[in-house]
Write a new protein. Structure first.
Length: 252
């Protein structure tokens, strides 16, 4: 069993929840980070019921000091930190003329600033780890160009650029940094504000060459591969897990 300590952000639902469940099943102790205490508590309870170890940290990653507070809480409780999964994201679909400064700043804060400084805050602990790994969760929006996604897409492209830069700089410390780039996945980020979620997911599936949206557990498995100790010779990778979404719609 893997006895490392992991942080998973955006762990109250979707990809983050499935990743936390998977890592806990493997033996890692997981710190679940999310905005909603009730969601985090529910996942912690599910992990405990399955015999795993987890605890929740309810916080808003758009707050500048949140990364340091999260790392401090984990180290005070567990004394070490080995794995970070930067999964939390802010997604607002809006035209260029409709984006406000506050909306822009929120996207940058959650999708770019928080992952960067979470790694920075954790560096001493990661350097002390026998098997440190960081996985950033990007999006196919980083590599395709669509109306309404100018800000979300640019933050995810920045996250991928950050991944490669951190991987290069931290390789001498044996801290591996990789990225998973999902296509459309059946999560609340796509369905939460939609009157007909099933129709929305079906619509998104028509844009994917393999004919459907992904499931959160499918993305979590790839995060798990990159976190695994057996992936110790993999760093600086950006892996698309998207059903072919970045290839364009079927028949294009």
């Amino acid at each position: 069993m893997d006895d490392r300590i992991a942080i998973v952000t955006g762990a109250g639902s979707g990809i983050g929840e499935q990743t936390a469940l998977l890592l806990a099943e493997r033996g890692l102790t997981v710190a679940l980070v999310g905005r909603r205490q009730d969601r985090i508590d529910a996942v912690v309870e599910a992990i405990g019921a399955a015999g795993g170890a987890a605890f929740g940290i309810a916080t808003d990653l758009s707050r500048p000091r949140a990364p340091w507070e999260i790392v401090e809480t984990v180290l005070e409780r567990e004394g070490r930190l080995d794995v970070i999964v930067n999964n939390a994201a802010s997604l607002g679909l809006q035209t260029v003329d409709g984006f406000t400064l506050d909306m822009f700043d929120d996207h940058v804060a959650v999708n770019v600033r928080a992952p960067y400084f979470l790694v920075q805050a954790a560096l001493p602990a990661l350097r002390a780890s026998p098997s440190a790994a960081v996985v950033n969760v990007s999006s196919a929006a980083a590599a395709i160009y669509r109306r309404l996604q100018t800000v979300y897409g640019l933050t995810k492209a920045a996250l991928e650029h950050m991944t490669l830069n951190l991987a290069a700089e931290l390789a001498p410390d044996r801290i591996r940094v990789n990225c998973v780039r999902p296509g459309p996945v059946a999560t609340e980020i796509h369905t939460g504000a939609i009157a007909d979620p099933a129709a929305r997911l079906a619509e998104l599936g028509t844009l994917v060459p393999l004919g459907r949206v992904g499931e959160p557990a499918e993305i979590a498995r790839w995060i798990g591969h990159l976190v695994d100790r057996e992936a110790e010779w993999v760093t600086g990778a950006v892996i698309s897990v998207d059903g072919g979404r970045i290839l364009g719609p079927p028949g294009s």
